[in-house]
Write a protein that binds this ligand. Structure first.
Ligand code: AMP
Length: 232
């Protein structure tokens, strides 16, 4: 697992930024895209529980088989399984941008129990039409995981990854009926988290309806502001 990076490997503006970050927001808010941008540009490792779970499913592990039953329906995988996976991939001294965890209040409390220091929680606010448009057009490279969008960010050659030539696929749970269930679950389970982190005073909110570059700029601004405030 990509953990703490030596100082000389940190890129861009990261030195002034917060480095242990949680991205919150509904499916399709752009958590994965923004986390990938932070990883590529600043060197902060992207840790996605959805990706970790899909990897287990792909490998056919016991955990993957158990998780798949929930993922197919758009339901949450039991905390115990997700935490088991996360523990293998996070350490007390790593930098990270966490995408897809915590998903409910219990999971946030688990992070606290594990004494995981969190520098910033950024909530991505986005409306439902944007979500449906983004998710139904999302395509992912089967080999390298690069995310595309049929309209907003199409590959140069249809169905093929620009970076590695891998085949693009649509996630099973990006079908419209499953999207609706995932949004329902998000509303029921995840929104309490916003309140929880607000009360802790580490919540930031940004408008995530626009273009990726625009949203990324707001995100970096918030993380830098936060980083500076902490130094002072
Ligand atoms: P994502 O890629 O974040 O949209 O996650 C895809 C699916 O993986 C979700 O619909 C859940 O079934 C499962 N999943 C991902 N993260 C978690 C989590 N923190 N807790 C429970 N289930 C999760």
């Amino acid at each position: 697992m990509k953990g703490l990076l030596p100082e000389e490997e940190l890129r861009g503006d990261i030195k002034e930024m917060k480095k242990r970050i949680i991205l919150l927001g509904p499916p399709g808010a752009g958590k994965g895209t923004l986390a990938e941008m932070l990883q590529e540009r600043e060197g902060i490792p992207h840790v996605s529980t959805g990706d970790l779970l899909r990897e287990e499913v792909k490998k056919g592990t016991d955990l993957g088989k158990r998780a798949l039953r929930y993922m197919e329906k758009g339901a949450l995988v039991p905390d115990k399984l997700v935490v088991q996976l996360l523990k293998k991939n996070l350490s007390q001294d790593s930098f990270f941008v966490l995408d897809g965890f915590p998903r409910n209040l219990q999971q946030a409390k688990i992070l606290e129990e594990e004494k995981m220091r969190i520098d910033a929680v950024v909530n991505l606010r986005v409306n439902d039409e944007t979500i449906i448009f983004r998710l139904s057009g999302r395509r992912i490279c089967r080999s390298c995981g690069k995310i595309y969008h049929l309209v907003n960010f199409p590959p140069k050659k249809e169905g093929i990854c620009d970076i590695c030539g891998g085949i693009l696929y649509q996630r099973e749970d990006d079908r419209e009926e499953v999207i609706k269930e995932r949004l329902k679950v998000y509303r029921e389970e995840t929104q309490d988290l916003v309140k929880f982190y607000k009360e802790k005073g580490i919540l930031e909110e940004i408008d995530a309806n626009g273009e990726a570059e625009e949203i990324y700029a707001s995100l970096v601004e918030v993380l830098k502001r936060n980083g500076k405030e902490r130094e002072n």
